[in-house]
Design a protein around this ligand. Structure first.
Ligand SMILES: Nc1ncnc2c1ncn2[C@@H]1O[C@H](COP(=O)(O)OP(=O)(O)OP(=O)(O)O)[C@@H](O)[C@H]1O
Ligand SMILES: [Mg+2]
Length: 297
């Protein structure tokens, strides 16, 4: 660097490192834009609270959209608990890298492309101990080098919560189509969903709608039991003027299938839950494909 009178001034190493880091991030952001260029709709799946079935909903919705004939990809952005590969029946160690460093996502049944840190780890039970900044750079790299090809939908399973990490990931995807919020029907969960709605709105992103999971349990005699309470999802949707996209019942076969690495949607296509996913996927497609853009909020 030269000063005004032509003398050379050296850049302190700390500043140089920072400049290099910013350059790298800029380049990655350009690469992310490029790798997403052929993806029509980018949808983040969010829940304020952990354990509400967000990953299961993401996986099943991906299969339901693919069943409807859409080209679908799933990005598991929850690097601490990457449960998507197992739920979608994709074994670890199946991501291929090209010579120029691109990542080729493996395909789950119905041709759904899946990318997850979980697929790059040699063993499934290896813990991922990354601090926040490291984890967001891992996601950035995954997004930058992903080779999605042409997709109609990319569903992004965010880590649970509405903090810095979720914010960073959502900001990486510049033209995010919208956000799906997953909840369960308890009042406590309803309060947390309110936070999620406000979080998304503060970011200026669209909310496609709210999905309620574990809404009820239907006994073999047909009677319905509201195990986790009733109607919080609908209530919050009404309060914030957001679409309610549908409810998914509790089914013990869901956790059994997920644990066994067998995609529930494909194993039990006639179940009430799978039918609910088809209905929700239809709702999502109708909203995002422009038929009722006005209802996004
Ligand atoms: N409708 C349902 N009926 C029965 N079990 C379900 C249902 N939905 C999800 N589960 C089970 O609940 C558990 C949590 O689901 P999942 O991992 O999808 O939640 P999550 O919100 O992604 O959790 P995390 O916050 O840890 O990422 C899993 O064991 C899953 O199989
Ligand atoms: Mg999850």
């Amino acid at each position: 660097m030269s000063s005004q009178n032509g003398q050379q001034r050296s850049v302190p190493p700390g500043v140089r490192a920072r400049i290099e880091a910013i350059k790298k991030i800029r380049k990655q952001e350009e690469m992310i834009k490029e790798s997403m260029r052929k993806v029509k709709y980018k949808i983040a799946v969010l829940s304020g609270k952990g354990g509400v079935g967000k990953s299961f909903v993401t996986a099943s919705l991906a299969f339901a959209l693919a069943y409807m004939g859409k080209r679908v990809g799933v990005l598991d952005a929850d690097i601490y608990g990457p449960s998507i590969p197992k739920m979608m029946g994709v074994p670890p160690g199946t991501v291929y890298g090209t010579e120029d460093g691109r990542l080729i996502p493996p395909t789950a049944p119905l041709g759904v492309k899946v990318l997850s840190v979980g697929l790059m780890l040699p063993q499934e039970d290896l813990p991922v101990i990354w601090r926040g900044p490291l984890s967001s750079s891992a996601i950035r790299e995954m997004l930058a080098y992903a080779e999605w090809g042409e997709l109609d939908y990319l569903l992004i399973d965010l880590p649970p919560g509405t903090g810095d990490e979720q914010l960073t990931i959502m900001q990486l995807i510049k033209d995010l189509t919208g956000v799906l919020i997953v909840t369960i029907p308890s009042d406590v969960s309803g309060v947390i969903v309110s936070k999620a709605v406000n979080f998304v709105r503060r970011l200026g992103a669209n909310i496609i709608g709210i999905i309620e999971n574990m809404s009820y349990f239907r006994c073999p005699d047909g009677s319905i039991h509201y195990i986790f309470g009733e109607g919080a999802g609908k209530k919050v949707a009404e309060k914030y003027n957001v679409r309610f996209l549908g409810e998914i019942p509790i089914d013990p076969r869901i956790s059994r299938a997920n644990d066994a690495g067998e995609p529930f949607f494909l194993k039990y296509p006639d179940s009430e839950a799978s039918k609910a996913f088809l209905k929700i996927a239809g709702n999502v497609a109708e909203i995002v494909e422009g038929k009722s853009q006005n209802s996004m909020s």
